[in-house]
Ligand binder design. Structure first.
Ligand code: GLN
Length: 255
């Protein structure tokens, strides 16, 4: 009898532990905020025309596409403005449901997060001062290059020209300030923000030759395959009915 009680207690304890473990893994896979009706998007709002401030609001291509996706999912979009290099860790820890920041799909990032289908193309370009001696990408050897920390511009430039020649800024604004004050000789950054920075600052230009071509996509937690599918389904519809193009035209082509 005593033994039976003991066995029963052990079995009950085991069931309890299993149940707890199951709950834990469910929490990991499914964000709690989504259960509360919110879709939390992490971005870095220094990246016009994809995400930037208009007064207190974050607007731009990514912000508008994300809003339409959230609408389709019946969720309320909440945007959090963070450093670019904390987006992926935050998606990995489920702090954010999606990362959307003109983010390029790369093999290294695919090890850490999953990506939606691509919704836009990006090109890495080089910004220099109008009177710069740098005329093309071939002149970059040994020059001081400014980049945004942890972006593909940073990764490629560090690989191609050596870490010691690359100054990493927290965001694009600061990199362009570094160029204007002569701390760096050029800035490698995505083409659309580059155009916006050149338009907003006197005496800068973009070199004709592109440095690298890339695909932008939304990053998600690897275990959240359900959300990935829903985001992809929503994106497909929004691409098919022309909504994505309309948003891109509003911020880029139509200008
Ligand atoms: N497309 C670049 C990257 O993913 C830059 C993105 C950004 O600065 N927001 O690394």
């Amino acid at each position: 009898m005593k033994n039976l009680k003991k066995i029963l207690a052990i079995v009950l304890a085991a069931v309890f532990v299993f149940a707890l473990a199951a709950c834990g893994s469910k929490e990991e896979a499914q964000s709690l905020t989504i259960e509360e009706g919110k879709l939390i998007m992490a971005t870095n709002a220094t990246f016009p025309p994809y995400e930037y401030y208009d007064g207190d609001d974050i607007i731009g291509i990514d912000a508008e596409i994300a809003k339409l996706i959230a609408d389709k999912l019946g969720l309320e979009l909440e945007i959090e403005d963070v450093e670019f290099d904390s987006i992926i860790p935050g998606v990995q820890s489920n702090k954010y449901d999606i990362g959307m920041a003109g983010m390029t799909v790369t093999d290294e990032r695919k090890e850490m997060v999953s990506f939606s289908d691509s919704y836009a193309k990006g090109v890495q370009v080089v910004i220099v001062k109008e009177d710069s001696a740098i005329a093309s990408i071939d002149d970059l050897e040994g020059k001081k290059i400014g980049v945004q920390q942890a972006t593909t511009g940073d990764i490629y430039a560090s690989d191609d020209y050596g870490e010691e020649n690359v100054t990493k800024y927290a965001n694009g604004n600061l990199a362009v300030e570094g160029l204007k004050s002569g701390k760096v000789d050029c800035v490698i950054i995505d083409n659309e923000p580059a155009k916006a920075y050149v338009a907003a600052n006197e005496g800068l230009k973009i070199l004709d030759t592109a440095y690298a071509e890339e695909d932008y996509a939304i990053s998600l937690n690897k275990s959240n395959t359900d959300l990935q599918k829903k985001v992809n389904d929503a994106l497909k519809e929004l691409i098919a009915d022309g909504s994505v193009q309309k948003i891109i035209d509003k911020y880029i082509s139509a200008k």
